[in-house]
Every structure is written in C-alpha cells, then in structure tokens.
Design a protein around this ligand. Structure first.
Ligand SMILES: [Zn+2]
Length: 345
C-alpha cells in the first residue's frame, strides 16, 4: 500500500478529510449528488469536469441539503457517492453540501461501463463511455484513480475515498476489462473499497472473478444494484458463495410506491436467507437516488419515487420493517457493515 494511505488505515476518507468510522452512523452505500452525463441543450456528451455554475450550486444547496439534514435526524451520518469522472460536480460542492448538511460524503473516483446504445442519452457507441478511457492505458487510468485518492481531485485538497467500477453485461467489454484492471491496481495501492454497477445476473461473477485474478481482497468489494440477484434463488446461491469468500452485496433502487412496496417482500426474505446462511455481515443498502441528467436536463432522478436520499428512511426501511426486517438485520446492514467496509484497510 501507498505510504500516504498507510497512515490512514482504519480511517474513512471523506470530502471533509479523514474521520473515524464510528462518526458515520447509518450509511447509504450508493447515492449520487450529481451525475451529469449529457448536455441536453447542446446535445453533447460531457467530457470534462468544470467548476459548478452558481445556479447548479444553488440548486443542490437548496434541494439536497434540507433532505440530507432530515436523513441525519433518522441516524444517517454518511453516504457513499459512487459517481465517476467526468460526471461529478466540482469537488468543493461536495464539501459545501457535507458541511451544511452535517452528512459525511465518501466520494468515488473510478471508471464507468460502456452504456448500451439506444438507452438514456446514448445514441451511438461513441457516446457510450468517457472518451478518455478509450485512449488511456491501464497504467494511466490506475494512476488517475490513485492520484484522486492520495493527492486530491483536480488539484484541490478534496480526496476520493472509494473506487467505482461497472460493467453492462456478464461478458465484459475490452474497455470494461481495462477499467477493472486499473481499478484493481488503484484499490491495492490505496486500500479503499471498490463499489460496482452490476445490474445483470451473471455480472457479479465476471466482476468478482476479474478482481480476484487481479489480486484484490474480495472483502474490499461491494457488488452494487444486486436486489434482483439476491431475489433470484439460483443467483443467490452464487452470491452466497462469493460472500463466503468475503464479497459484499448491495441492493439498491428500493422505491416504495403507492402499493406499499409489496413487491420487495422477496428481497426481505432474501435478506433473512443470507443472515440464516451466516453471511449477514456482507449486506448493505443504498437507493441510487439523487440528481442526474441521464434522461433529461439535470434534476432529481426520475426512476425512483421522491424525495432523494430521505425516501430510504421515510418509505423503504419502514416498509421493510413491516415485511419483517429485524432491528438486528437493519443495524448490521445500515451501520455495522458500512462502518467495517468503508475505512482504508
Ligand atoms: Zn448509481
């Protein structure tokens, strides 16, 4: 491990600097303050992070800060923001939102997947991924991630504290393989955790196999968007095998609609099954809520019921409790497991 990071062992790298894990309280493990993929006015992919406009900053301070403050009242002290360059806000925005809301933010560096053409803003393969990732080598990509964790993002003193990676299908593309190799190197150099985009059944295995081959300790990996994986009895077996080897799984997108979220009963049952198998320490939760420009100009995400962040505490967890989530399970998933996973190790 890098010597800078050795001194941070056991600490959490937040946008306000290193903190003790116990101050995190409950943690949402996958929510985005700012994912700006596409400029809908200019019909252009965003390829560079720039200081935020006054208008954008004001919008986030006015809309997100009060919601995050309310989350604090429910015991949440932090969220992991798994947004990757070049879609993040300028680093000072995260610090200001964190200071004003009192919520710690663990911001990611990392590399994203090739998004399927025909989905969201992606009309041609050209727009499927940050062009820099195509031309950069594994070494260059790893170096960028390490620099953002150890030195700071864009020459600020604001550091990334986790690594985001993603793949679109079980068969990873060449570019996704390159990204995972770079992310693995950065993980080993820094000791922060890796969190992934893994929506497709089977992708958990290709992602974990690759990271394992690259020598990443699977206890430092969180496989994200895996509610469907755990609700599928066959795939849950595969996930449990990976959990026995240390890997963590993160269901997301548990929006509770007017029906009270009855469709999520099988996820709560799956959580019990994971606890019964002795692997309850491998689960955490997030919503994937926040703000983005994926399918329209930058605003609150459209694919989840509102409000961002707070929905977890006002809707998701109360519904899950009605469906049988126990206080012990909730405490492990929301507090104990994140506080173990996030610190530098
Ligand atoms: Zn996400």
């Amino acid at each position: 491990m890098n010597t800078v990071m050795k001194q941070l062992q056991g600490k959490v790298v937040t946008v306000r600097g290193p903190v003790e894990p116990s101050v995190l309280g409950q943690v949402m493990m996958h929510d985005h303050l700012h994912v700006d993929f596409y400029d809908w006015e200019k019909q252009q992919l965003i390829t560079e992070e720039k200081p935020c406009s006054a208008e954008r900053r004001r919008y986030l301070l006015d809309d997100a800060v009060p919601l995050l403050k309310e989350c604090c009242n429910y015991g949440m002290g932090a969220f992991v923001d798994p947004t990757f360059p070049p879609t993040r806000a300028w680093p000072d925005v995260y610090r200001e939102v964190s200071e004003r809301s009192g919520v710690h933010i663990i911001l990611c560096t990392g590399l994203y997947r090739e998004i399927e053409s025909g989905t969201y803003f992606v009309k041609t393969p050209n727009n499927a991924v940050w062009p820099y990732v195509r031309k950069a080598t594994v070494e260059e990509l790893a170096e960028m991630c390490v620099r953002e964790i150890t030195k700071g993002i864009h020459d600020t003193d604001i550091h990334a504290g986790a690594i985001k990676l993603g793949s679109s299908a079980p068969q990873m593309t060449e570019l996704e393989i390159k990204s995972f190799q770079a992310g693995a190197r950065a993980q080993k150099a820094t000791g922060v955790h890796i969190t992934t985009h893994c929506t497709k059944i089977g992708s958990e295995t290709s992602q974990l196999k690759l990271l394992d081959q690259e020598g990443v300790d699977l206890r430092r990996v969180v496989i994200g968007h895996t509610a469907g994986h755990l609700m599928n009895a066959e795939c849950r077996k595969a996930c449990l095998d990976w959990m026995k080897r240390g890997a963590n799984f993160l269901p997301t997108n548990m929006g509770i609609g007017k029906d009270g979220g009855t469709g999520w009963q099988s996820l709560v049952d799956a959580i019990h099954a994971v606890f019964d198998a002795g692997q309850g320490d491998k689960l955490c939760l997030g919503l994937d809520s926040g703000y983005c420009s994926e399918s329209c100009p930058f605003t609150r995400v459209k694919f989840l019921p509102e409000p961002p962040f707070l929905h977890m505490f006002t809707h998701t967890l109360p519904a899950f409790r009605k469906m049988g989530l126990t206080p012990n399970e909730e405490d492990m998933i929301m507090r104990q497991n994140p506080q173990r996973i996030i610190p530098v190790q």
